[in-house]
Design a protein around this ligand. Structure first.
Ligand code: ATP
Length: 442
């Protein structure tokens, strides 16, 4: 066994903890013990709509062995530099060290996993081989079941340890199954020292805006309209801030420019954040709860605002299937875009599906076709009699009372639409981890 995969998940609770922090601690102990990281550690976001997630449904995986090839600095922990290697040494053999690896993981779980929390069900897995990519695809788009996960671990002759209902094994295995080759991004995560956990974080907004402007490969840093510093979490977890981006080198430079309270340690994860991996293309009748979809339709019910400031409208397709779409209050100014839609506009909506009644929680929208919008100037004038015609009733056109000539439309002027064809996305403050920002579109 030249190298092994380790997957971990579900170690945190709403009161604190963080699976990336546990992973970072395990990584440090493994490196101290002589193991090397092969490739970046991975922060893999899974289905954002499952009800039993704590926050962002993130799971961690990484590969260890004896490193060879080129090495990359990816972090600093306890004042030592952390590297990952491009490949494994020919002589690498971990067969006799699996027990030691288990021992290290178990010790860190004992110290940091929030096992006592009613909703926390940690799990970790040690695998020689990666599960099929389909396991990841299902994990990010649908629901996975513990039985199928245990069968997969068994078929790969892996080792696992699950605590309580062991649900964390699902994320642990799905995370290992992720492949970075299709699309991936990076996140540099900084951590606070333990005595600071749960206290107010000090990260200077101006320095965050500065890196946002300087490094175009970074994304979701700062929401200028809503004055929201998006790199700082608002839970009591050990993270100080996380900078996301396409280029790991830019993240390290950005980190050096952020002004904040003391950073205890930092590490870069490769992630599926900002990739839209959760989105599946669907027709309306195929849409199911807990999925995230991209679906095309024509607006048939005009956007209207309901209590709470949420904006709803309905789309339908050629088969007369209908679904409601919502831009909820937290999406702020995005609701003004949605309010501009008119009956007949053709759109493609991207978002997570809420149940009862099925509603798409919009993350992004592509305007495909805009209908003309008219403003009435006056009733039409009969070309024969030169008199104003009379309305025949709502949407029934006009008629000259004298010569009976009919006309469909009033004399009208085309109004400017305040929308263009193309994409619109929710603001940074409402962005989902997995949503691909428009900035990342080529
Ligand atoms: P974060 O680390 O961002 O805070 P989270 O804490 O929100 O993530 P977890 O506490 O890990 O999420 O809880 C999610 C739970 O759901 C985990 O037990 C995980 O194994 C499980 N899970 C994740 N994706 C799926 C899925 N597609 N189907 C079934 N269970 C899933």
């Amino acid at each position: 066994m030249k190298k092994i995969w380790i997957g971990i998940d579900d170690t945190d609770s709403r009161n604190g903890g963080c699976t990336t922090h546990i992973a970072k601690t395990i990584i440090k102990f493994l490196i101290d013990d002589g193991f090397d990281l092969i490739g970046y550690p991975r922060l893999v976001r899974l289905n954002p709509n499952i009800p039993w997630k704590t926050r962002g449904n993130g799971a961690i995986s990484f590969r260890i062995g004896l490193g060879a090839g080129y090495k990359n600095k990816i972090g600093e922990i306890d004042k030592s530099e952390i590297f990952c290697f491009s490949r494994v040494k020919k002589s690498s053999d971990l067969t006799k060290q699996v027990d030691r690896i288990k021992e290290i993981i178990l010790d860190v779980f004992k110290d940091y996993a929030h096992v006592r929390d009613i909703n926390t069900n940690p799990g970790f897995v040690i695998l020689k081989d990666k599960p099929s990519f389909d396991v990841y695809k299902k994990g990010v788009r649908d629901i996975l079941y513990l039985n199928e996960i245990k069968d997969i671990i068994k078929s790969l002759k892996g080792f696992y340890k699950g605590y309580k209902n062991s649900r964390g094994l699902i994320g642990a295995v799905a995370s290992v199954a992720w492949m970075t080759s299709k699309d991936s991004t990076f996140e540099l995560i900084t951590y606070r020292s333990e005595e600071k956990w749960g206290t107010k974080r000090l990260v200077e907004d101006e320095s965050v805006k500065n890196i946002d402007r300087l490094y175009r490969s970074t994304f979701d840093n700062y929401d200028y309209k809503n004055k929201h510093n998006r790199i700082v979490p608002n839970s009591p977890c050990p993270i100080l801030y996380g900078i996301r981006g396409d280029d790991a080198k830019d993240l390290i430079e950005s980190y050096s420019l952020i002004k904040s309270e003391k950073v205890d340690s930092w590490i870069i994860f490769q992630t599926n954040q900002g990739t839209d991996d959760h989105i599946q293309s669907k027709v309306i009748s195929q849409i199911k709860i807990f999925q995230s979809v991209k679906v095309k339709g024509r607006v048939i019910v005009k956007p209207h605002t309901i209590i709470g400031g949420h904006v709803l409208f309905t789309i339908s397709n050629d088969l007369d299937e209908k679904i409601d779409c919502a831009s909820y209050e937290p999406t702020k100014q995005f609701r003004n875009i949605i309010r501009e839609l008119l009956i007949g506009d053709v759109v493609e909506v991207y978002g997570g599906v809420r149940k009862k009644p099925l509603t798409i929680n919009i993350e992004k929208i592509e305007i495909k076709k805009l209908v003309d919008d008219f403003i009435k100037i006056q009733n039409p004038i009969c070309t024969n009699c030169k008199k104003h015609m009379k309305s025949r009733g709502k949407n029934q056109g006009y008629k000259c009372l004298k010569c009976k000539t009919k006309e469909e439309f009033a004399e009208r002027r085309k109004k400017n639409r305040h929308l263009n064809h193309g994409f619109y996305e929710v603001p940074v403050c409402a962005r989902r981890h997995l949503s691909k920002p428009l900035k990342r579109y080529k």
